[in-house]
Write a protein that binds this ligand. Structure first.
Ligand code: PMP
Length: 352
């Protein structure tokens, strides 16, 4: 820390992203990226002309992409915010709705960025424990009278609430914003997007990073009532009006044009997830019932850290959180069938 850093930021403990090692080639199952390339139309959209046009600023209103996303979800462009990854949309939601003493509530086991945002804005969050089976209990979120942030499906467990369960939470907090982080919803979860016309306090956040194979493009979006979207736009135009670059705006719209490619990729991931879960269970692992592009699994034979370390030695990266009560687990991203077979083979060697 330099002597120049604001005192209010001195104690900040930043988010630790999953490893992105540049030293050797790993089978990378640690940051929930897609094993498949972006849709072919995305590659075509990123051509020489687009590269030449990088001399120009991007459209600060992101009109074309917002129109495409609105059409995709049966909403109006005024219901769409686009940002530099969904992390940015989440950051802005914390800034907009959790400061000024209003407060924020989220689960004890959930996306690790929420406590960092709370810390950044000097908010003491209300931390709500999951139940003994790592499930989020909807009732715990009724009538909280503060901003609520729920990852659904949750990370790193992969467990999901139904749309009906989510609606009950949204309905019972009419004077608070409910942020539903749907980063993983395309792998079998029930989206809250159809509830948007009914509830002006619902903000759904999604991303291109997982199901659309575009983590490196940094593109996320929020869907909600026009007034909520206006709030995020106000913050964006007060911080970084050109928050999404030209190439990413183009790529994002192109990706939406290829629904069949998208559906097929999600289907393959879900099939591979079922295959991998069954194989892990055969090996004695406990595996949570994931609706995401990862599995959360533990074995009685070895500690979670040991499993992580030995897999890494064998060139396979998974994500381990050295934190109670999940330290026995590892989060394993669903890759291709071949990658999963290599991971299972490595685990077999480690356990025998
Ligand atoms: N929400 C959840 C639950 C996540 O796991 C992630 C991925 N780290 C994000 C949001 C952020 O994704 P991105 O910024 O790449 O859109």
């Amino acid at each position: 820390m330099s002597r120049f850093l604001s005192r209010s930021l001195a104690a900040l403990a930043p988010y630790t992203p999953g490893e992105q090692p540049q030293d050797r080639r790993y089978i990378k199952l640690n940051t929930n990226e897609s094993p498949y390339p972006p849709a072919p139309g995305v590659l075509d959209a990123l051509n020489r002309q687009e590269a030449a046009d990088l001399r120009l600023y991007s459209d600060p209103e992101a009109k074309a992409l917002k129109a495409a996303l609105a059409a995709q979800y049966g909403l109006e462009p005024q219901n769409v915010y686009v940002g530099n990854g969904s992390d940015e949309a989440l950051n802005f939601a914390f800034m907009a709705y959790a400061t000024d003493g209003r407060g924020v509530a989220f689960a004890d086991i959930t996306y690790g960025f929420y406590p960092v945002f709370a810390d950044l804005y000097r908010i003491s969050p209300r931390i709500i424990p999951l139940d003994g089976a790592f499930r989020l209990r909807g009732e715990d979120y009724y009538g909280l009278n503060q901003t609520i942030v729920i990852a659904n499906p949750n990370a790193p467990t992969g467990l999901a609430l139904s749309r009906a369960e989510m609606e009950e939470i949204i309905k019972r907090n009419p004077d608070s914003v409910v942020v539903v982080d749907e980063a993983y919803v395309d792998f079998g979860g029930e989206s809250c997007v159809p509830l948007i016309p009914k509830y002006d306090n619902l903000l759904v956040v999604q991303t291109y990073s997982k199901s659309r194979s575009m983590a490196g493009a940094r593109l996320g979006y929020a869907l909600g009532s026009e007034t909520l979207i206006q709030d995020l736009e106000t913050i964006k135009f007060s911080t970084n009006p050109y928050n999404v670059n030209r190439l990413t705006l183009r790529a994002g719209a192109a990706a939406l044009a290829e629904q069949a490619y998208f559906d097929d990729n999600c289907r393959k991931i879900m099939d591979t997830r079922a295959y991998t879960k069954a194989a892990l269970e055969d090996m004695g692992f406990t595996v949570l019932d994931s609706k995401a592009n990862f599995l959360f699994a533990k074995t009685p034979a070895l500690s979670g850290l040991e499993v992580y370390r030995r897999l890494k030695e064998k060139g396979i990266l998974v994500r381990h959180f050295e934190k109670d009560p999940i330290r026995d687990f590892n989060r394993i991203t669903i890759g291709t069938r071949e990658q999963m077979d290599a991971m299972l083979q490595a685990l077999n060697e480690i356990l025998n």
